[in-house]
Design a protein around this ligand. Structure first.
Ligand SMILES: C[S@@+](CC[C@H](N)C(=O)[O-])C[C@H]1O[C@@H](n2cnc3c(N)ncnc32)[C@H](O)[C@@H]1O
Length: 392
């Protein structure tokens, strides 16, 4: 599961990034209604870029670059302490502009997998723990477009909450504007005051001590109907997700994604790590900090989505755990399967529609796709899948 997924999906068109050599990265216009006010529209990666671009507007590029570099240096080699990393507005502007599009896309991918597993389940409430400037809250709004959802963000960094609230006000989404932003530190004795349909814990566990990770996972296991945990797609991030998954399953929740089962992960410890990739448009700020002119990059992440009994949903039969290899007349899929095994399936041309569908399947997708996308498959010549054993 190492190779980043190449550009199978088109990069997001973004007013912040534009094409590689775009001369200006100014905010895009949002449509206005009859009264001249900005009209509400769907929450997308593009609307997030627009809100972030407005935030950076007027901030001298050098100042923004320095703030990002300071933040990167602060995070490097840092062990959890008793104080927030995001201390002031320049920290949070840097975090939001530099990291939020990537964490937004990672959570959006995880919630997309939830949606595929539980297509009719719509959360009436959402709690974003360690939500910072609200990336997972935006991803929830982008995935579940029910404007009546009650949203709450908890974090211990006041400047992050303040900026998140500001961005939400400019989001063009009634659900985001209505979100409550509350200061709440995770620590010993942390519990949640009320249940929530959906709880996200995105890119937070790595900032917590082992004890606080367990505390927060126990709290969400008690209070969430569906819980999504997302971490960076590194060996360490995967291990944190794995520990969280074990704890959530032990508490009686079942896995909806990415794993096709709730049993032990089949990856031999230390041999590999389960992760996926989401394409993210690079902003001009990214290009200033990282150099180069690429218009996008791939954010690697690990995740798990679990649900309480009673949430109508079913994990995919298999998950595609590497970038599929397309050969002449066949597609090679490395899969994690419902029986707890990792295996390779070779989908040959003889399998008709399924072969054509396999050519479009991507790393991270469920397999086979939902029945409605396979219409006709059943009546076509059927061949048993050829299997090879394969590692993760
Ligand atoms: C890397 S940021 C992730 C923010 C957001 N969830 C996202 O996906 O972009 C980590 C967040 O966790 C928050 N955090 C870290 N330790 C915390 C603690 N002990 N209590 C509450 N929030 C905490 C930080 O303030 C920060 O906003």
């Amino acid at each position: 599961m190492h190779a980043p997924r190449p550009a199978a999906r088109a990069p997001l068109a973004s007013p912040l990034t534009g094409p590689a050599d775009s001369p200006a990265d100014g905010p895009a216009e949002r449509p206005v209604d009859g009264t001249g006010n900005a009209a509400d529209g769907p929450v997308t990666g593009e609307s997030l870029h627009t809100a972030l671009a407005a935030l950076l507007d007027g901030l001298p590029p050098r100042q923004a670059t320095q703030a990002v570099e300071r933040l990167i240096a602060t995070y490097r080699g840092r062990t959890p302490t008793g104080a927030p990393v995001l201390r002031d507005r320049s920290d949070v502007v840097a975090y939001a502009a530099y990291r939020m599009p990537a964490t937004f896309e990672a959570v959006r991918h995880a919630l997309g997998a939830l949606r595929a597993a539980a297509p009719h389940w719509v959360p009436a409430s959402h709690l974003d723990i360690g939500g910072g400037t609200g990336a997972a809250t935006w991803a929830t709004a982008a995935t579940c477009d029910d404007e009546r959802r009650a949203g709450t963000v908890y974090d211990w960094a006041e400047p992050a909450l303040a900026l998140g609230c500001e961005l939400a006000a400019d989001s063009g989404s009634a659900a985001l504007r209505a979100v409550r932003w509350q200061r709440r530190p995770i620590g010993a004795g942390f519990t949640l005051p009320e249940p929530a349909d959906l709880i996200t814990v995105s890119y937070v566990l790595g900032e917590l001590t082992e004890a606080d990770r367990e505390t927060v996972i126990d709290a969400v296991a008690d209070s969430g109907r569906v819980v999504a945990v997302v971490e960076p797609g590194t060996p360490e991030g995967y291990l944190r997700v794995l520990r969280a998954r074990e704890r959530l399953v032990a508490a009686g929740l079942r896995v909806l994604a990415p794993c096709p089962h709730s049993d032990a992960c089949p990856i031999a410890p230390g041999s590999d790590w389960c992760h996926f990739a989401a394409r993210v448009s690079r902003s001009s700020l990214h290009r200033q900090v990282k150099g180069g002119s690429l218009a996008y990059e791939d954010e690697k992440f690990s995740y798990v989505v679990v649900a309480r009994p009673g949430v109508a949903g079913r994990a995919a039969e298999h998950r595609v755990v590497r970038h599929p290899q397309i050969r002449k007349g066949q597609v090679l899929l490395d899969l994690c399967a419902a029986d707890g095994e990792l295996r390779r399936e070779v989908v040959t041309k003889r399998r008709g529609t399924l072969y054509r569908v396999a050519r479009d399947v991507a790393w991270g997708d469920g397999w086979p796709p939902a029945r409605e996308t396979r219409q006709g498959t059943e009546s076509e010549p059927h061949a048993e899948p050829e299997r090879e054993s394969g590692g993760a």
